[in-house]
Design a binder for this molecule. Structure first.
Ligand code: CA
Length: 441
């Protein structure tokens, strides 16, 4: 895909809130999600965010506002999940995004020819409940930040933080799809086996080391047939778009159970995602070179190496983590930012993750979700989890109100936000991925 009319910074919308400075959802974004009007007995359906409004795509179909390929795509938006639209592949979704952009722009002929259209196709976000955007059949979590891998590895193996496979294999594990929840869902502190005294047997208790992991979620669009790997030159065509993902982690449970088969109950109790999927089309202006490997690092093996992906397979996305404690909420204090990461620090591109995942013939299906792995950079401020920010809890974060945190406490709310900015283009954002910890049962 190339830059086109949908990316032009000077285009504005008749939805005035789309022009609010700092809005995540200007007309240049148009992310997809699934919503349900609150207080009505209507099933959820697909919507597109603009400003503080949701475009009801099926209503646009009913109003006769779509035609051709965009109509075919729009017909798939009557459903309570995006899987059917995702399965169509990139062109119909691009056509639909473009048609909705034409409809929403300030000089839209359809808008001026159809009085009352705004009332019939828009739903205010405050009147809607946002759902999981897709039925997620499978979820895989990667480990694509070399700084994160080094930070975590250094805690367990100070002299040998990075395992020898890291620079060859995009490391991942199969996660749990059933416990993925949309933003604003409360997260219950899990109980599990904890073994904190090597001379004593393990016991069960609520985790004392509850953590978050800042990640990008990557939704698969078109799948691949079992036995048919996706070559790197086609990988982007299988990606529908991206959201924010919080891979909640219980570090004490994790450290006891993870050997020899990897994360299990320390992570499967909840994973939170932001409800809006920002398409690769919308992210096009913010493409960046892949991570530049320092001298001495091996080149990716041939199946993961494509010059175009090396040149523009990265994305310049800034990602922030905010924390609001119960005390801050009581005092009506705003959440405070505790880290800021950048997606350009990732060692592997999202195309490489897709290609590696399918390289053994494993089939991905529409709506499958990949997690990038914790997004950490080289600076202390850019570490995307508390275990890294606090050096395993030894150096707590001091909050401005006098509280401190090594790990999350009940009532803590973790809020992730992300945005892209580049001179000459409209700023676009991802909305929020938030969750509050509630006490263990
Ligand atoms: Ca993770």
């Amino acid at each position: 895909m190339a830059l086109n009319e949908t990316h032009r910074v000077e285009v504005t919308s008749w939805v005035e809130s789309a022009q609010t400075p700092g809005s995540d959802f200007p007309i240049q974004n148009l992310p997809f999600g699934v919503f349900r009007r609150t207080g009505r007995h209507e099933p959820p359906r697909v919507g597109v965010a603009i400003g503080d409004q949701i475009v009801d795509v099926a209503a646009c179909v009913d109003e006769g506002l779509l035609s051709g390929v965009s109509l075919e795509a729009g017909e798939r938006c009557r459903l309570p999940q995006l899987n059917d639209l995702m399965a169509l592949g990139p062109e119909p979704t691009s056509a639909l995004r473009r048609a909705l952009g034409d409809l929403l722009r300030v000089d839209s002929a359809a808008y001026h020819d159809h009085p009352g259209i705004a009332r019939r196709v828009l739903v205010p976000m405050y009147e809607a409940e946002l759902r999981l955007p897709a039925v997620i059949g499978d979820y895989t979590d990667f480990y694509a930040s070399i700084d994160h891998a080094r930070n975590i590895g250094g805690m367990f193996r100070p002299n040998d933080p990075l395992l020898p496979n890291y620079k060859y294999v995009p490391i991942g594990y199969h996660g749990r799809a059933s416990s993925i929840v949309p933003s604003d869902t409360h997260v219950r502190r899990p109980r599990g086996q904890i073994h904190d005294d090597p001379d004593e047997p393990p016991f069960t208790a609520p985790t004392k080391r509850l953590d978050y992991e800042l990640e990008l979620g990557i939704f698969i669009g078109t799948g691949n047939a079992l036995g048919s790997p996706v070559p790197i030159i086609d990988a982007d065509r299988h990606i529908f778009g991206c959201c924010l993902l919080n891979d909640w982690s219980a570090r004490d449970i994790q450290s006891w159970e993870y050997q020899p088969l990897g994360p299990f109950l320390a992570k499967s109790f909840a994973t939170t995602i932001s409800p809006w999927i920002v398409t690769l089309d919308a992210l096009e202006p913010f493409r960046a070179p892949a991570y530049v490997r320092p001298d001495g690092d091996p080149a990716p093996l041939p199946y993961l190496l494509w010059d175009v992906d090396q040149r523009r397979g990265g994305f310049d996305i800034r990602l922030d983590v905010y924390l609001r404690t119960a005390v801050m909420r009581q005092r009506r204090q705003d959440p405070i930012r505790i880290s800021r990461g950048r997606f350009t620090s990732m060692y592997w591109t999202i195309a490489q993750l897709v290609t590696h995942h399918t390289s053994n013939g494993c089939n991905l299906r529409p709506g499958d979700l990949l997690g990038s792995g914790t997004i950490s950079g080289p600076d202390p401020d850019s570490r995307g989890s508390l275990i890294e920010r606090t050096s395993r809890g030894r150096e707590p974060i001091r909050l401005p109100n006098g509280e401190s945190r090594s790990f999350l406490e009940d009532g803590d709310e973790v809020i992730m936000r992300a945005f892209c900015e580049r001179p000459g283009f409209a700023r676009i954002g991802f909305g929020e991925c938030s969750g509050m910890i509630v006490p263990a049962l």
